[in-house]
Each structure stands twice: as structure tokens, then as C-alpha cells.
Write a protein that binds this ligand. Structure first.
Ligand SMILES: Nc1ncnc2c1ncn2[C@@H]1O[C@H](COP(=O)(O)OP(=O)(O)OP(=O)(O)O)[C@@H](O)[C@H]1O
Ligand SMILES: [Mg+2]
Length: 365
């Protein structure tokens, strides 16, 4: 078990910078998920922690000790890759036992370690099989077992279940969580699947273009996105973002979406640091765009422009001035396009961002 710290880490491949001044502390026993689009630098960061990649500058510390110049073998960190990297000619037992060869354990100690890991991963019945006779999920269990058997200081996983089908991914997600709870090893897990990130992480690290955007508990990045990128990256369907202007002072202010004829009244306190006259971006999730069939206080009359039926609910697009906002409604709530409905916004779920920098204007709460 270990604490891992990155200080001002930079990584260039030739002239291209793929990690930009990364600072991050992963606490002992913590499960951190790195989330970001393809090419944002997740694998490179993970490989740098493991020692499979050098860093151009900055420090990597394990339990307070600088390791950026140490070889991978000396860092005692295990790595699980996305592709199943099992030895095909060995049995499951031999695959899991393999990392223990160099450790100089007695046969009985080794046997005990392999069986314990197999038990945790619920694969004791598969120990005699060869990888070719395993399902994708079981192969990845064996790969995780092989990584864990040495009781490494930390476990790094790079999209370990990305290649599995959706149902199996869901099952494996629960298993990985259970495994983490029972073993408690410091874990860094890479994915570009936000549901995986939300369900597994103690804290999520969101990256974009080599830059760390936000670190926080899943509910924190969902409820308090630090900037527009995070706001639109986390949550499905995507958070609405619309150009708005704010006018008025004291008490309520008027938030005008897309230069519409009328605005929504928001308490000043929901605007964070935003001031009247600001050209802002409003971020609001579809569940906070409230539709009704009747005129209600503060609502604006709009037309539906598109309906997306999703079984458990619908996503209804409505036009407000030059902007289209997506609302989450009960199934069938709006029967077709071009229908007149009344829309209101829940000010407690509104986010305001500086349009130029993309930064949240949320005040300190
Ligand atoms: N060995 C290398 N040489 C040159 N460029 C590289 C090398 N490895 C990675 N890159 C580049 O660095 C950037 C970050 O790559 P990285 O593999 O870390 O992204 P990632 O976030 O893991 O993406 P993915 O989700 O697709 O796995 C990419 O633009 C990639 O092309
Ligand atoms: Mg990758």
C-alpha cells in the first residue's frame, strides 16, 4: 500500500507535450479513476507512474520518496493492460503464480498466495485451464489476479475491461470494486467511460489535452464542475450549455437565454461571482429544465423541436431564443414536435461559466 504523488510532471514526445504540469496526490488505499477522451494522456500518466515511461521533468513520489529515476521493477507497482496479456501456454494457475517466481517464495507460500487471489476473484475452478478456454471476463480476472498476487504497493489498471461487452463490463465493475474493498490497495484506474468512473472512484481525475481539469469525488465533479469541459464531459445526456446575459440587481436577477424576449428570474445568490451585464454561459442539466403544459410562475412559452424517446423517459428539445435546451420528461409528456409547452429552469441546479475562460463562477460555499 502506498501514497503516490505527482509534482509538476511534464511529458514530451518529441515536440509534442502530452502531460502538462500535472500535480496529483493519490492517498494510501484510495481508488482514483483517470477519465478523459482518447489521446488526453491517461495511459502516458499511468505508464509514468509505473516506470514504463520516463518523465521529461517533475517528480513522482511513492510514499514520499522520489522514484522518477527508478526502474519499473524497483517501484513494486502492478499494471493491468486493456489487452489480455496472459501467457497462452501456461495454465491459469501458472499465469497467476508467474510473478512470484522471482520473489523466492516457498512452494507452499506460493500455492497459498495463488489460491487466495483465485478465491477473491472467484476463479478457483479455472486454475487448471489455459487462457484459450476462458471467457473475456475470466481472462481479465486472471490478468488482475496476476497483478495482485505479489501484493504490490499499488495497482494500476488501464481500461482493464474496455474490451468486454456491456453486460460483462457491468459485472466486472462490481467485482473490481469488491476486490478493492477487500484488498484495499491504492489503485489508479484509467477509463474513458464516465459511468465506470462514477461507479468505481473515490475520486475522479478529469483530463483534457494533457491538462488536469478537476479532481473530486464523483458527486463533486457532477454537481460542481470546475469548468465547461468537465460540465459537458460528465453526465448523460450532456449538460445543456447556452449563451445567456444577466440583468437586474439585488433580489432576483433576470437570466436571458439566447437573446429570448423574456428571462428567467434567478436569486442573485445562485449566480456565484457572476454580475449583471456579464456575458455568460449557463450550464443546466436536462433534469433541471422543467416543462409543463400550463403556464406557471416565471415560465416561458416555447415550442418543442425534437423528442427522443428513451423508454424510461424522454428527452425533449425546446427552442428558447437562439438556443435549444434539452429537457428530461416522463415518457410521452410531450407528444410531438412543434407543441407549445412552458419551460422553467431550476436555479439551484444552474451553473454559470465565464464564456471566455470556461471557468465556473460558482462562489466559494
Ligand atoms: N511513444 C509515443 N510516441 C509519440 N507519441 C505518443 C507516444 N505514446 C503516446 N503518444 C501520444 O501522446 C498522446 C497521449 O497518449 P495516451 O496514450 O497517453 O492517451 P490516452 O488518454 O491513454 O488515450 P486512449 O484513451 O486512446 O488510450 C497521444 O496524442 C498519443 O498519440
Ligand atoms: Mg490509453
Amino acid at each position: 500500500m502506498a501514497q503516490i504523488e505527482l509534482r509538476n510532471v511534464q511529458k514530451f514526445f518529441g515536440a509534442v507535450q502530452v502531460i502538462k504540469d500535472m500535480n496529483l496526490t493519490i492517498e494510501d488505499g484510495e481508488f482514483v479513476v483517470m477519465l478523459g477522451q482518447s489521446g488526453c494522456g491517461k495511459t502516458t500518466t499511468l505508464r509514468a507512474i509505473a516506470g514504463l515511461e520516463t518523465v521529461t521533468s517533475g517528480e513522482i513520489l511513492i510514499d514520499g520518496k522520489e522514484v522518477q529515476n527508478e526502474k519499473a521493477a524497483d517501484r513494486d507497482i502492478a499494471f493491468v493492460f486493456q489487452s489480455f496479456s496472459l501467457y497462452p501456454h501456461m495454465t491459469v494457475y501458472e499465469n497467476i503464480a508467474f510473478p512470484l517466481r522471482a520473489v523466492g517464495m516457498s512452494n507452499s507460500e506460493r500455492d497459498k498466495a495463488v489460491k487466495e487471489v483465485a478465491e477473491i476473484l472467484r476463479i478457483p475452478n479455472l486454475l487448471k485451464r489455459r487462457p484459450s478456454a476462458l471467457s473475456g471476463g475470466d481472462m481479465q480476472r486472471v490478468a488482475i489476479g496476476r497483478a495482485l498476487v505479489r501484493r504490490p504497493k499499488a495497482l494500476l489498471m488501464d481500461e482493464p475491461i474496455g474490451a468486454l461487452d456491456a453486460k460483462l463490463r457491468e459485472e466486472m465493475r462490481a467485482e473490481i470494486k469488491r476486490l478493492h474493498i477487500s484488498r484495499g490497495s491504492t489503485s489508479v484506474y484509467v477509463t474513458h467511460d464516465q459511468i465506470e468512473a462514477m461507479s468505481l472512484a473515490d475520486r475522479i481525475v478529469i483530463m483534457h489535452d494533457g491538462v488536469l481539469q478537476q479532481i473530486g469525488a464523483p458527486e463533486e465533479v457532477y454537481l460542481k464542475p470546475a469548468n465547461l469541459f468537465v460540465a459537458q464531459f460528465v453526465g448523460s445526456p450532456v449538460m445543456n450549455v447556452a449563451d445567456v446575459s444577466v440583468s437586474g440587481n439585488g433580489g432576483d436577477v433576470s437570466v436571458v437565454v439566447g437573446k429570448a424576449d423574456a428571462g428567467f428570474a434567478f436569486p442573485q445568490s445562485t449566480l456565484g461571482n457572476a454580475k449583471a451585464g456579464h456575458e455568460l454561459s449557463l450550464g443546466i442539466r436536462p433534469e433541471a429544465v422543467l416543462l409543463s403544459h400550463d403556464k406557471s410562475d416565471g415560465a416561458i412559452e416555447v415550442k418543442s423541436t425534437n423528442i427522443e424517446p428513451l423508454g424510461s423517459h424522454d428527452i425533449v428539445d425546446v427552442q428558447i431564443g437562439s438556443e435549444v435546451l434539452r429537457a428530461r420528461t416522463e415518457s410521452g409528456f410531450v407528444s410531438g414536435e412543434g407543441q407549445t409547452v412552458w419551460v422553467n429552469l431550476d436555479p439551484t441546479q444552474a451553473h454559470f461559466f465565464d464564456r471566455a475562460s470556461g471557468l465556473s463562477l460558482r462562489g466559494h460555499e
